[in-house]
Design a protein around this ligand. Sequence first.
Ligand code: AMP
Ligand code: ZN
Length: 465
Amino acid sequence: MRLFDTLTRTDHELTPIDGKTFRFYCCGPTVYGPAHIGNFRTFVLQDVLRRTLETGGMRTLHVRNITDVDDKTIRDSQAAGQSLTDFTAKWTEKFHADCDQLNLLPPHIEPGAVEHIPQQIAMIEALVEKGHAYPSDDGSVYFNIASFPGYGKLSRLDERELDLGKTQNARANSDEYEKDSISDFVLWKGRRPEDGDNHWTSPWGEGRPGWHLECSAMIKQYLGDTFDLHSGGVDLVFPHHENEIAQSQCACGGHFAEHWFHTTHLMVDGGKMSKSLGNLYTLDDLKTKGFSPMEVRYVLIGGHYRKQLNFTLESLTGAREALLKLAKGAQTLANHMNGETALNSAEFGPFEPAWEKLNRDLNTPAALGGLFTGLKKSANLRGKDAAAALAGFNRMLRALGLVLPELPREKTVSIPAEIQQLAETRWQARANKDWATSDELRDKLKASGWLVIDTKDNYTLKPEA
Ligand code: AMP
Ligand code: ZN
């Protein structure tokens, strides 16, 4: 498949560096509350990327971390009167439950920052040794961005005409900051009273790691110095991913990520959905309003990942109708199989255009559109052909991670084979404009207790009330 790369601003074919397994990393959640559906836009699209690669026959290694120590987790665990471990374990569990409901494949490896303190310390030691980092008076250690000529390439800081030389003495000690305050960033934070019990021993005294460092250390451990793809929401391009590149390339010497995949924000009322703005919806909020997680997933993949997506409750109602329509279409195809089985084939049949869209810069909205077009094209298929089309349809559903709703009971009533056969013969007669036979068979069906309802290019059978 081809995918747009944030660094080079062009699209590239995705192929594993080692020729075997596509190894990729996703910055995971900060577990200090429930993730909101903006966060899930990013996680769901990463899931569709993985599913698309796997459906195309590629093996993947998916690593996604849990941020379980940073300014926010410490602050909120204290406010909750819980230990950092208990607090983050609770929210990690909630995150997993939500992922499960949204049909996200669990990553193959899910490392946590607290479990990897020694690896983070080792990376800082390497950076200090090579002259890329320096300790400060308060027991913290900073990365010297002027020591890395590549700093700012990913986020194109040069286009903002920022002079790195001028920032040499500016330092950021907090985990998050904006582009205007580009500065040396903290790798190790010297112990402060507000951190409570959350401190570890290091060569620079007690303290804790800075947020940007954890991903670099865990990537080194699980993916090595060069790997296939790195990803997150667009807000991570600067400073988080810029800082990761600096740390990793300076400490390890590899190329770091071959490809950068960033999803644009989910918006609400024209603003980015975020915890700090207080305009968020969680999965539970929407379930309370009567919507299903699959309806949420459908909405989240309903926009292209490089475009902002404005979230509305009406879009969830639209998703419900769309999913129902797909379920009905699948059932019609199944009814037309006339006893043939939907084999697990590698073909997409009428859904080939949908598959192609997915493989061209992960165009999920066009792929969804292709599901409906494919169903329309399949209306006249019968027997083996209908079975093959259904197999292609199901393959597309797996790539998109969609599970269709069960149709209301009366619609799923099973039709006896001889009735189905009569209806088929009648449909053929009708197609041949043999109205006499068609009417005769309609009466015969009625006498057996079945009504035929004709539409433009199909018919349905309903048991007489
Ligand atoms: P966090 O838990 O804040 O570290 O965020 C987890 C992931 O969600 C990161 O990849 C963020 O970039 C992403 N993210 C945060 N807000 C949004 C949003 N409104 N739309 C899409 N992705 C988001
Ligand atoms: Zn990260």
